[in-house]
Ligand binder design. Structure first.
Ligand SMILES: Cc1ncc(COP(=O)(O)O)c(C=O)c1O
Length: 447
């Protein structure tokens, strides 16, 4: 155990080996770790005392910036007041307050909120509710779930089954049966360098018709998509695509699930992508921005009719055999209530939206940098896709991420795509700095 961290003692070893770091090349990372010790507003402080501008809102989640004082205070109060309250057969008032608050922010009759602890749990919960809903209505033959190629829906078995990122799927066996996938929506031939929603590709939603014809609509329970695909490297939906998908789901009695783990809570300028696009799903997942990452939390928001389908039978019977020990944990609830309050009172969504055009212009100014293959953006989601480097895919983009960190900016990379998702409180000079430094690094590494 070579590396030793500060704080190690003879009886309490503290080195880099024990922690199996998620979604990270462990050996490379442990040879030169990027460690963070504190955060405030738009910046992290690294272990070696440098200020790191957060260009990725952590992992698309710290929408309010870091350590928001009101959220910190609310969580501190909560931990000193009620550390835990079981959500099975018991409850605490603030969980109900939060559910009402969330429902109030969501469009249409998306009024019923099921709490969990992460985006992955929210996805699996939504898929289970969809299956159980059809059964509750006497339509148990609807068991198929439809995802989309290149989609990311977390890492549970449900999520990777409907997900479409190959590396997240290939090592984990056959996964859920009865799953199929729509075609992805990236079309560089027709849509490269689109600003905002690409003009071409609404007809890709009709791919659902192909699956309906193949499997028969009476077997299909739900379709799940990210309204704007995030983790794959920001794929905004073609104009009209989501509307068409909604219409087809209605036509065939299929539930539409929007996975809004990234897109909800301001990333597109409103509380949800559903509101931005004017397309209301039957179920919606949330996580990340709901607490602005201060405490883990996930949620599934359902239309009234879905909840009501379960509220049949004897009243002493549990209607849905599902839940987590930490569903509606008091700390997460406190963090979410304070976060939503801050979004509202500080006008955070409108503040972010007033910079979307500026963000778009800065990103598209990178078009002529070496190796740039495409630039995509919508709201505060932006991506620069590079051609693979001479050593093949991925390696050069990883080097760009490492070098940007050395120069004081945190960015995300996915394959050969660099992604930006600024905290919603970013000022214009922050956007200039995060994109400007990244551009310098691209020039240095690809020139
Ligand atoms: C759309 C989407 N769904 C689900 C997840 C999984 O969330 P978590 O990592 O909190 O499990 C993510 C995470 O990035 C996501 O982007």
């Amino acid at each position: 155990m070579a590396e030793t961290l500060a704080g190690a003692t003879a009886t309490a070893p503290n080195d880099l080996e024990a922690f199996w770091v998620p979604f990270t090349p462990n050996r490379q990372f442990k040879a030169a770790p990027r460690l963070l010790k504190s955060a405030k507003g738009m910046y992290y402080t690294s272990d070696d005392g440098r200020q790191i501008l957060d260009g990725s809102a952590g992992l698309w989640c710290a929408n309010l910036g870091h350590c928001h004082p009101k959220v910190v205070e609310a969580v501190q109060d909560a931990i000193a007041t009620l550390d835990f309250a079981p959500a099975f057969q018991f409850g605490h008032g603030k969980a109900f307050e939060l559910a009402s608050r969330v429902a109030h922010e969501m469009p249409g009759d998306l009024n019923r909120v099921f709490f969990c602890n992460s985006g992955s749990e929210a996805v699996d919960t939504a898929l289970k509710i969809a299956l159980a809903y059809h059964r509750a209505r006497g339509d148990a033959g609807r068991y198929r779930l439809i995802g989309r190629e290149r989609g990311y829906h977390g890492v549970g078995f449900g999520g990777i089954s409907v997900g479409g990122m190959v590396a997240n799927r290939r090592t984990f066996g056959p996964m859920l049966p009865g799953v199929d996938h729509l075609r992805h929506t990236l079309d560089l031939e027709r849509n490269a360098f689109s600003r905002g929603l690409p003009a071409h590709g609404a007809e890709l939603a009709d791919d659902l018709e192909r699956l309906v014809m193949l499997h028969d609509p009476s077997t299909i329970a739900a379709v799940i998509v990210e309204p704007v695909a995030g983790s794959i490297g920001v794929y905004p939906p073609p104009q009209g695509y989501l509307e068409r998908l909604r219409a087809l789901c209605d036509k065939y009695g299929i539930l539409l699930i929007f996975d809004e783990v990234i897109t909800a809570w301001g990333r597109l300028g409103k509380a949800s992508a559903a509101e931005v696009f004017g397309v209301t799903p039957d179920l919606m997942t949330n996580a990340k921005g709901i607490t602005s990452a201060h405490v883990p939390m996930g949620a599934v928001i359902c239309r009234d009719s879905i909840y009501e389908a379960f509220m049949q039978g004897p009243e002493h019977m549990i209607e849905l055999f599902h839940g987590y020990t930490y569903s509606a944990h008091p700390l997460a609830v406190a963090a979410a209530l304070a976060t939503i309050e801050a979004y509202k009172t500080e006008g955070i969504f409108a503040r972010a939206a007033s910079n979307f055009q500026y963000f778009e212009d800065l990103l598209h100014d990178c078009r002529d940098l070496p190796a740039v293959k495409d630039i995509r953006n919508f709201g505060y989601m932006g991506a620069i896709e590079l051609a693979p480097g001479p050593e093949g895919p991925v390696k050069r983009t990883l080097e760009i991420m490492v070098e940007a960190f050395q120069r004081g900016v945190m960015i995300r990379v996915s394959g050969d795509t660099i992604a930006f998702s600024p905290p919603l409180v970013a000022e214009r000079e922050h956007l200039e700095q995060m994109i400007g430094i990244t551009a310098e690094v691209i020039r240095a590494k690809c020139g």
